[in-house]
Design a protein around this ligand. Structure first.
Ligand code: ADP
Length: 252
């Protein structure tokens, strides 16, 4: 985890939370120059959300911080990057990982239409949701068939694998190796709060890429769908993510 938080109570809570979850805090930098980033989340009775993000200290993560983490990045199995830090820093981190042969998983969240084209060529796996796919391709995405078309546009920009998540409908996979869209449905569950489902999915996928690299991508996505479906059945974001010990053994 390479990130920056404020020298405030939210920042202290984050560090404590990482420690409790066995996440290294070696590269969790604390700054006096900004408050810890926060997100105000409103969830309706269908479990859908609206999120207001105040990026705060996230935007102060800089090149020097990445350099300090260079050895950890180049020896990782998988590197996840997204856009809640400045795009230039995310790009630099992806470049560091890619040039060391580390598998890269990029989640363009929050998406902007003018995404730097290097994000595509540096992504082994490019994983976005319907809204992000729409912003990036200017195509309407509301079905697996639409997602297949958008995935093709994204694949042609240079990523090796494109995954578009479709909420309760699961996800679509398209790869350079097999350029025919595959639809992978998910469990039918009662969603209480879908906030963080995408992050839960991306985290699960990174886990499989790192520790079960011989599984087919389709199988990894079936399992990631399952884990994300567990997360929507409880309130909260991180607090709704299952621990490995609470998941069915056949996922491992
Ligand atoms: P984001 O949180 O980025 O908007 P999605 O809503 O597409 O992402 O959800 C990511 C993944 O979480 C989906 O591909 C699916 O596996 C799972 N998921 C999301 N919503 C539901 C739901 N209502 N029922 C079951 N699974 C869900």
């Amino acid at each position: 985890m390479v990130c920056k938080v404020g020298k405030d109570s939210f920042g202290n809570d984050y560090i404590e939370n990482f420690k409790q979850n066995d996440i290294s805090t070696e590269f969790t930098y604390q700054t006096k120059d900004a408050a810890t980033g926060t997100a105000s989340i409103i969830v309706n009775k269908e479990g859908q959300n609206i999120i207001v993000i105040v990026a705060g200290a996230n935007l102060l993560l800089n090149t020097e911080d990445l350099r300090e983490a260079a050895n950890a990045i180049s020896s990782a199995k998988v590197m996840i990057c997204q856009l809640e830090v400045t795009p230039a820093i995310s790009l630099e981190a992806l470049t560091m990982a890619h040039s060391s042969g580390v598998k890269t998983l990029f989640n363009p969240a929050p998406a902007t239409a003018d995404l730097d084209p290097r994000f595509y060529t540096l992504s082994d796996v490019f994983c976005c949701n319907e809204t992000e796919a729409e912003i990036l391709t200017s195509l309407a995405v509301s079905s697996p068939a639409d997602a297949g078309k958008a995935a093709l546009v994204l694949l042609e920009r240079g990523c090796r694998v494109v995954i578009i998540t479709l909420g309760a409908a699961g996800c679509v996979l398209l790869s350079q190796a097999e350029p025919v869209p595959k639809y992978i449905p998910t469990e039918k569950v009662k969603a209480v709060d879908t906030t963080g489902a995408g992050d839960s999915f991306v985290g699960a996928l990174a886990f499989y890429l790192a520790y079960y690299p011989n599984l087919s991508l389709e199988e990894m996505l079936k399992r990631s769908n399952f884990i994300a479906a567990v997360s929507v059945q409880a309130a909260g974001t991180q607090s709704s993510y299952p621990y490995k010990k609470d998941l069915p053994l056949d996922l491992f």
